[in-house]
Ligand binder design. Structure first.
Ligand SMILES: [Zn+2]
Length: 231
């Protein structure tokens, strides 16, 4: 009897729907954890980047200071050998400028060294907590992925059975069913309190009595195959 087939399909649709909802919840949980995980990883990454940038700048300053030292020594030699006062004055002026530049760079370097030390200390004190956090994320992600694959393996046989059961439908219902199944998760739903339980729109009294007589019908709103189960 095709009514039994529709009833069977409706039951499987509901089972499948429960599993699909579980999947949605699991995927949401997974997204949330992965977001937290990437947030933590970004935090570490940005601290590392700051440290690396500062270290590069420190290395650059050290080279710069070295070349200023060499330039200063050269100018001092020239100052000692200079005879004209104007030349001596101009060399001294340049030396003072170099010393000023170097002082500025050395101040910056000192500050950078302190910043790096502070940041590295902070990173190493946070690291064990962060590692615990990352390990717990990994565990949770693994658990959720396992749960997802369990649900998938529960859906698979239902999907297969639905296809083979649907083949038994009379041709005129089967075509419509396939069209809806292609588009919607729940192609067959039962009528409850005169409502389509797929889209929750109410069913006209005339349609309802027809469905009660024939055993099935279609929702005017969502086109789902409707089925009325006698209490
Ligand atoms: Zn509907």
């Amino acid at each position: 009897m095709f009514k039994d087939i529709i009833s069977k399909l409706a039951n499987m649709v509901e089972q499948r729907f429960v599993h699909k909802n579980k999947l949605k919840i699991l995927h949401n949980e997974l997204d949330l954890i992965m977001k937290e995980q990437s947030h933590v990883l970004r935090h570490i990454e940005s601290a590392r980047e700051t440290v690396n940038k500062s270290k590069k700048r420190i290395a650059f300053i050290e080279l710069e200071v070295k070349s200023l030292d060499e330039r200063e020594n050269l100018l001092k030699k020239r100052e000692r050998a200079a005879l004209k006062q104007r030349e001596i004055d101009s060399l001294r002026h340049e030396i003072v400028n170099i010393q000023g530049n170097r002082e500025e760079l050395e101040d910056e370097e000192m500050q950078l060294i302190l910043d790096v030390e502070k940041l590295e200390k902070k990173m190493s004190s946070e690291l064990s907590g962060i590692n615990d956090q990352l390990a717990s994320f990994d565990t949770k992600i693994k658990q959720i992925q396992e749960a997802i694959s369990t649900v998938h393996s529960a859906i698979l046989p239902i999907d297969k059975e639905m296809i083979s059961v649907a083949e038994k439908l009379p041709a005129e219902i089967k075509d419509q069913y396939k069209r809806i199944a292609h588009r919607l998760d729940r192609p067959v739903v039962i009528i409850k309190d005169c409502n389509c339980t797929g889209c929750f729109s109410s069913i006209a009294a005339k349609t309802f009595s027809e469905i009660k007589n024939v055993g099935y019908g279609y929702c005017r709103e969502c086109n789902r195959l409707l089925f009325f189960e006698k209490a």
